[in-house]
Write a protein that binds this ligand. Structure first.
Ligand SMILES: [Zn+2]
Length: 453
């Protein structure tokens, strides 16, 4: 395994990301990525690079060997801490080991012996997903193979935390400067994989019987019969469709708008598929778009490496809507770095929202902020924004087997961590959940009422 080249392009990209998250893009202090005695025209920031091979070493580092420091040791003394838990140090700078981790040199410049540039690139470019071979049965890079999960910091927006540390030192260096601050934003999105609740009469019958005899819920059983009938005959009254309005209302009540990712694949083993031109659906989607919600495409199971297929599905949705679509999230979260980004860009997508793990909630990209993408191997920007996914309903329920209350606490914890860094928390709740996992819908409502409690 060979570490990627940290080129001037890559350094500029990472520095820009850090400044943006720190709310310091207007400040643009002089900086150097080099030795602690690097000359600067005026007091600025020097980040001393980690040793060569640090990236490969990090991948091979045994679990539990990563250094963690108390938050207070990373901020200037007396600075109000935005978070209190210990912070992992992914990359130490090798030089000046006898010196403090962060210090101010004679001319007032701040010297970081923690390599913020390397950490930002490591997390945002998803380099480890390119070089590590492990995949699950759907060819996905699993959370359990990631450095963040293995070393226990997947639930920290680590890039953002580093940016907050940078902000604090800049504030100390320039006491009259006020960083630009963002407010926490909870963003809800919905993947529409299914348009009707029951595909076959058999399935409906089994569910009805279960609700009647096992669950002793005759009202649910009645709803089952109704849903089967409406799915067949009155598609406009079918709950998998009408729930789109309920979901939109739920978000509008918070004064916000949601994103709906619509499947447009033809049916196959992994895509249930539905006729995206169904008038009852397109009318509804157009209405949602007029109300300010975003309608994106949910490219099917076989698209993540197949441009033709990706484009065909996107076109199909666009024709049904009569609108161009700029947002996408991959079905099953199937994604290969950097190929799927490139395919999406070629197909005209401006924002992808796939990068969360199916098997674990948390900060796959180490950030609670949407970010422009950089291809570390090609050493160039990819003109697309990644809107990282943090929590998917199925992750909490099926992959992690949490109870609804445990899930709620987990969501609140991640929301709090995103809020500490003035970030966003992106949630994916499927439309099928409305009926299939009723208590989980209540959890979502409770969370939306008090995300930070
Ligand atoms: Zn899906």
């Amino acid at each position: 395994m060979i570490d990627p080249a940290i080129t001037p392009n890559a350094i500029a990209y990472a520095w820009e990301r850090l400044l943006d998250i720190a709310g310091a893009e207007d400040l643009a202090p002089p900086y150097a990525y080099g030795p602690a005695n690097a000359p600067l025209p005026e007091p600025g920031v020097i980040i001393v690079p980690a040793a060569p091979h640090a990236w490969s070493r990090l991948l091979q580092l045994p679990v539990g060997q990563l250094d963690w420091l108390p938050a207070a040791t990373l901020f200037p003394s007396g600075y109000p801490l935005p978070f209190h838990d210990p912070v992992p140090i992914l990359f130490w700078s090798d030089a000046d080991r006898d010196k403090p981790l962060i210090r101010v040199r004679g001319d007032g410049s701040i010297i970081f012996r923690v390599d913020l540039i390397a950490a930002t690139l490591f997390m945002l470019t998803r380099w480890e997903e390119i070089v590590l071979p492990r995949r699950d049965e759907h060819d996905r890079f699993p959370a359990i193979a990631s450095t963040a999960y293995r070393q226990g910091f997947l639930d920290q927006p680590i890039v953002d935390r580093y940016a907050m540390i940078l902000r604090a030192w800049l504030q100390r260096q320039r006491p009259s400067w006020q960083p630009r601050r963002r407010t926490f934003h909870l963003h809800l999105s919905h993947d529409i994989d299914h348009l009707r609740r029951f595909l076959t009469a058999n399935e409906a019958l089994r569910q009805t019987a279960n609700n009647l005899w096992r669950q002793k819920r005759p009202r649910w059983a009645l709803e089952d019969v109704r849903d089967f009938a409406t799915g067949r005959l009155l598609i406009d009254r079918n709950p998998y469709l009408t729930v789109l309005d309920d979901l939109a209302n739920m978000t509008e009540m918070r004064g916000d708008r949601a994103t709906f990712y619509i499947m447009a694949a033809t049916p196959n083993l992994f895509d249930e598929g539905f006729t995206v031109t169904t008038p009852a659906l397109t009318r509804r989607l157009q209405r949602l778009a007029r109300r300010g919600h975003i309608i994106g495409v949910h490219p099917g199971y076989y698209t993540y490496l197949d441009f033709q297929r990706y484009r065909t599905e996107k076109n199909r949705l666009e024709q049904a809507l009569g609108e161009v679509v700029h947002h996408a999230r991959q079905h099953y979260l199937r994604f290969r770095v950097p190929d799927t980004w490139r395919i999406a860009v070629r197909a005209g997508i401006r924002e992808d929202a796939t990068l969360g793990y199916a098997d674990m909630d948390g900060f796959r990209c180490g950030t609670a902020h949407s970010f422009p993408v950089f291809d570390i191997l090609a050493d160039e920007a990819i003109p697309i924004i990644e809107r990282p996914l943090h929590i998917m309903d199925g992750t909490l329920k099926s992959y992690r087997n949490l109870t609804a209350d445990e899930a709620l606490r987990r969501m609140q914890k991640l929301a709090q961590r995103a809020a500490q860094v003035e970030g966003e928390l992106h949630l994916l709740w499927h439309n099928k959940l409305y009926y299939a996992w009723r208590p989980w819908f209540q959890i979502l409502r409770r969370f939306l009422n008090a995300p930070l409690s």
